[in-house]
Design a protein around this ligand. Structure first.
Ligand code: RP5
Length: 164
């Protein structure tokens, strides 16, 4: 993953339009950190051909990291990870019936051989997925490293010493 300047791209995918209310935070953070990104709806079970095409083209399109949000029986991150060697971070979407526990376990409990990095359920997970992707990219990108350091400094400054 050695690139000239800040030429790294993250692909955000999700199983449904309904996931975007969570996954939009991922995009927001990547934009703040000035990391190029693209967003697409890809469902493993409703658009399997789209998923296959996307995963097979990802390397050619020079995507560095894939962040995949899915809810319920959340097989999208694992299926995509099986089709490409690009690292996949899975975001468990909070489902209505099981509050996202189904999504979390589906994503985290990948059997050995095909890993999926898993973050927390919902908005926190979406934000952390972007920050985690940034940390990985920062290994090879000075500008992303600087932006990430600034983000953390700002976060530290925002914590008051005393409660009001
Ligand atoms: C999953 O089913 C999606 O990732 C979404 O979280 C869930 C519900 O989808 P919709 O019924 O809202 O389209 O595939």
């Amino acid at each position: 993953m050695s690139k000239k300047k800040n030429n790294f791209k993250v692909s955000i995918i999700m199983g449904s339009q309904s996931d975007y209310s969570t996954m939009k935070y991922c995009k927001k953070v990547l934009n703040i950190l000035k990391i190029k990104n693209e967003v697409n709806i890809i469902s493993a079970h409703r658009t399997p051909d789209r998923m296959f095409k996307f995963a097979k083209a990802a390397e050619r399109k020079d995507i560095s990291i894939i962040i995949a949000g899915a809810g319920g029986s959340a097989h999208l991150p694992g299926m995509v990870a099986a089709l490409t060697r690009i690292p996949v971070i899975g975001v468990p979407i909070e489902s209505k019936k099981l509050k996202g526990l189904d999504s979390l376990l589906s994503i985290a409990q990948m059997p050995k051989g095909i890993p999926v990095g898993t973050v927390a359920i919902g908005k926190d997970g979406a934000i952390n997925a972007a920050l985690f992707a940034a940390s990985i990219i920062a290994i090879n990108s000075k500008s992303v490293r600087n932006n990430l350091n600034l983000w953390r400094k700002k976060q530290t400054r925002s914590v008051k010493k005393k409660p009001r």
